[in-house]
Design a protein around this ligand. Sequence first.
Ligand SMILES: CSC[C@H]1O[C@H](OP(=O)(O)O)[C@H](O)[C@@H]1O
Ligand SMILES: Nc1ncnc2[nH]cnc12
Length: 295
Amino acid sequence: MSGWHIGVIGGSGLYEPGALEDAQEIAVKSAFGEPSGPITTGRIGPVRFTFIARHGEGHALSPSHVNYRANVDVLKRAGVTDLLAISAIGSLQEELAPGTFVAVDQLIDRTTGRERSFFGNGIVAHVPLADPVCPRLSGHVAKAAAKAGAKIHKGGTYVAIEGPQFSTRAESHMYRAWGADVVGMTAMPEARLAREAELPYALIGMVTDYDCWRDAQDDVDVTDILRVMKGNADTAKAMLSKLAQVLPKTRSASPIDTILDSAIITPRDQWPVSARTRLDAVAGRMIEIFPTTKE
Ligand SMILES: CSC[C@H]1O[C@H](OP(=O)(O)O)[C@H](O)[C@@H]1O
Ligand SMILES: Nc1ncnc2[nH]cnc12
């Protein structure tokens, strides 16, 4: 094996990962509540992939009700080294037409009231998030997407809205004025949590619509989104196969793998057992290094 183990979070229209060798479906428990569903783990050649459908079976969970913490926690428990999120997105730029794949590299968070940290109840951490996307993983995925036949746009700022309603026209214009390129409802807090779990995160957004800023086009609706997503899902699955081919033979360390080394502010001898237990996957590396007996 190569050392790469790619966690894949499949969004709207991508409810299963495609053909994986030795695929197994496993229900993994999380200390952070119910994940969206079971994970599916298997291989493509030397690379292990573990998949979870973000909105659950039958797309039953709205963006506000997805348990992002539990999803990232179970993928970390499964041993993934890197996290690839795949999402439907609306375009805020003329040149990003429906069907385009965007390797997002920046995020603006307009979500409200979602659990956005694993830390806080006894162990406090402040991870850096200036660049929320891992350029190495994103670069490999962009290459794989191109090999799978996708029109790929490298770089772009994604605004995460709370939803589930789409944006108002004034909001859509405002996001464009902010310099945003695409809009969706799920990349936050997912990217924050991936960073806290020491998982390099990449986001491939598949443009399904032009939101509602563009006079020349009907406003976004779900029927159009699903039609475009149907066409994109096969390319997304092919992208995973190509990713297994383009990843370097062995995975070298990323600075994100050890980001908690300089992020946890609570002295280690103060870490309560309850918090250590909850964080045994997310911060398992640290907890192994610094055992403590504090109740
Ligand atoms: C089905 S349209 C809106 C829905 O699609 C996107 O979900 P995901 O990011 O999981 O692909 C968007 O964020 C909304 O949740
Ligand atoms: N226009 C849009 N706004 C928010 N999320 C989306 N997902 C797909 N298209 C979207």
